[in-house]
Design a protein around this ligand. Structure first.
Ligand code: UD1
Ligand code: UDP
Length: 375
């Protein structure tokens, strides 16, 4: 029987691979599937594992406060090396563009284990943006055997780099599988949102909700200071709107958020802890507008018909930008304030950006990946 190890380390990898882990573990007569978490993230990873009832077969427990990329990479390679040596899997599955993905791919390559790359072929063409993720993707592509692409554009990117067509599969993004599952679950469950008054969205009433997230390394420093100052200005300019910002646990994000936004103590701006996935989907669904630099949120919001202003200069996910529901605005104060002000005050501009569409998948990506892996 084929032995497949799925390696993941951060929140978005867990969200996007959870349905694949569940699908493979549900067929023990066909495949021996093991889940290895590097623990690159801890709390933010564990909340997703818990939601999906995923119990890792191996936890490398790598997270350290404010860990450097070099230490994390070295630790991951050393521990994965020992693990692959014992387990000798027939394939290793990775997802996306994190340090965990690159370290697991390189280690699998050293063991001559074929690598399946889920969410392959995303590119900005700029190795410094997003940093270091663009490099992680390019390097993983060179090492991988199966390339599971969300979209045709992703496939075209890989063909241009000389990847063989027979090793590329257009599957859709697994995040849409997870999102659809979550939307169904939300119909059945009353959700609590820790950190909000009454741990619920009810306090918002009929006010508009602006949802904010951010964590990109290339925004650390001035970018985050601009983002924080812009949120304060928007909070003051639109006192009848509610702003909710689940703050990423990276200390480089928390420091300016505490110093600039928390200090203002605005009554309509709520800084809360990172949310588990179901509450976050509830927040996205209830929002009027989303400001983010996240990759995953850019993929989910179009399905929900929510306009997104992306606080970055580049995106590897241009499909929704081309369709007009996502706009790249950079991380400069004036742009953020002006673009958000436009959407919060001009209904025509808002309506043009709020069409629901699914450029990233139909919710069946996992089935296609399983078919190919087990063939
Ligand atoms: C990582 C990924 C990024 C991905 C993001 C998703 C890399 C280089 N970066 O960025 O591609 O988009 O995750 O969120 O792989 N921390 C905690 N608890 C947690 C998670 C993080 O305390 O659960 C703190 C720790 O101090 C940790 C720091 O955040 O050292 C940075 O974590 P790290 O995984 O290196 O980078 P992220 O910014 O989270
Ligand atoms: N997300 C979440 N809780 C939060 C913020 C985000 O569950 O408080 C989800 C979001 O819906 C998306 C994923 O986390 O699926 C994105 O993670 P992040 O922005 O950290 O990473 P990226 O996608 O940029 O790699």
């Amino acid at each position: 029987m084929k032995k497949i190890i799925i390696v993941l380390g951060t929140r978005p990898e867990a969200i996007k691979l959870a349905p694949l882990v569940l699908a493979l573990k549900a067929m023990p007569d066909k495949v021996d599937c093991k889940l290895c978490v590097t623990g690159q993230h801890r709390q933010m990873l564990d909340s997703v594992l818990e939601l999906f009832g995923l119990i890792p077969d191996m936890d490398l427990e790598l997270m350290r406060p404010n860990q450097s990329l070099g230490t994390l990479t070295a630790g991951a390679i050393e521990k994965l090396d020992a693990y692959f040596q014992i387990e000798k899997p027939d394939a290793v599955v990775v997802q996306g563009d994190t340090t965990t993905v690159f370290a697991a791919s390189l280690t699998a390559f050293y063991h001559k284990i074929p690598i399946a790359h889920v969410e392959a072929g995303l590119r900005t063409g700029n190795m410094l943006s997003p940093w270091p993720e663009e490099a992680n993707r390019v390097l993983t592509t060179r090492l991988a055997h199966w390339h599971f692409c969300p979209t045709k554009l992703n496939r075209d990117n890989l063909l241009k780099e000389g990847v063989l067509a027979e090793q590329i599969y257009i599957t859709g993004n697994t995040v849409i599988d997870t999102l659809f599952w979550s939307l169904e679950k939300l119909k059945e469950e009353k959700i609590t949102i820790p950190g909000l008054p009454g741990e619920s969205l009810d306090f918002i009433g009929d006010r508009r909700l602006v949802l904010i997230t951010g964590h990109r390394r290339e925004n650390f420093g001035k970018g985050f200071e601009d983002i924080c100052n812009a949120i304060v200005e928007l909070g003051k300019r639109f006192p009848d709107n509610v702003f909710i910002y689940p703050v990423h646990l990276n200390p480089n994000v928390r420091e300016p958020v505490e110093r600039i936004i928390a200090n203002e103590k605005l009554e309509n701006v709520f800084l809360i802890e990172p949310q588990s996935y179901l509450p976050f989907v509830a927040l996205m669904s209830r929002s009027y507008l989303i400001l983010t630099d996240s990759g995953g949120v850019q993929e989910e919001a179009p399905s929900l018909g929510k306009p997104v202003l992306v606080m970055r200069d580049t995106t590897e996910r241009p499909e929704a930008v081309i369709a007009g529901t996502v706009k790249l605005i950079g991380a400069e104060y004036d742009n953020i304030v002006n673009e958000a002000t436009l959407l919060l005050s001009d209904e025509n501009a808002y309506r043009k950006m709020s069409q629901a569409m699914n450029p990233y998948g139909d919710g069946h990506a996992v089935e296609r990946i399983v078919d190919e892996l087990l063939r």
